[in-house]
Design a protein around this ligand. Structure first.
Ligand code: FES
Ligand code: FES
Length: 151
């Protein structure tokens, strides 16, 4: 049995230690907001936080997440209060199909924690998530709006 702390709750899962964290989050724990895109750490659809750092969960064995704080898109809001990234996403109507957006928002939330006022160059260097709908311009605008927001 493997014990994981996901969004502040403990879960016991019976999986092989090298199972990708993405599949444990989705299949064993049932949190399906984290998406499978490529499975080879290229697209960012599966981005979650490990101790506040953005990671691509398709490339992390579940054993590497033991003893760490895992946060998924379902844990980004504080109760009913949306994270400022989620608010900016709504205000700027960023998503189209929405498939990439959980991972996108998790990557952006981690960026804003490290760099509260990111430049366009910071965004280009850090937010390498792929959006097949081409929402990149709205993503950039929403990141700057979230950076201006208080909380
Ligand atoms: S599914 Fe993990 S990076 Fe694409
Ligand atoms: S909103 Fe459709 S893939 Fe990004």
């Amino acid at each position: 049995m493997i014990r994981l702390n996901i969004n502040g709750k403990f879960h016991q899962v019976d999986v092989e230690p090298n199972t990708p964290l993405l599949w444990v989050i989705r299949e064993q724990v049932g949190l399906t907001g984290t998406k499978y895109g490529c499975g080879i750490t290229q697209c960012g659809a599966c981005t979650v936080h490990l101790n506040g750092t953005a990671v691509r969960s398709c490339g992390i064995p579940v054993s590497a997440a033991v003893g760490q704080r895992i946060t998924t898109i379902e844990g980004l809001a504080r109760g009913k209060t949306l994270h400022k990234v989620q608010k900016a996403w709504l205000d700027h109507e960023v998503p189209q199909c929405g498939y990439c957006q959980s991972g996108m928002m998790m990557a952006v939330a981690a960026l804003l924690k490290d760099k509260p006022k990111p430049t366009d160059a910071d965004i280009d260097a850090t937010i390498t998530n792929i959006c097949r709908c081409g929402t990149f311009q709205q993503v950039r605008e929403a990141i700057h709006a979230a950076a201006r927001a208080k909380a």
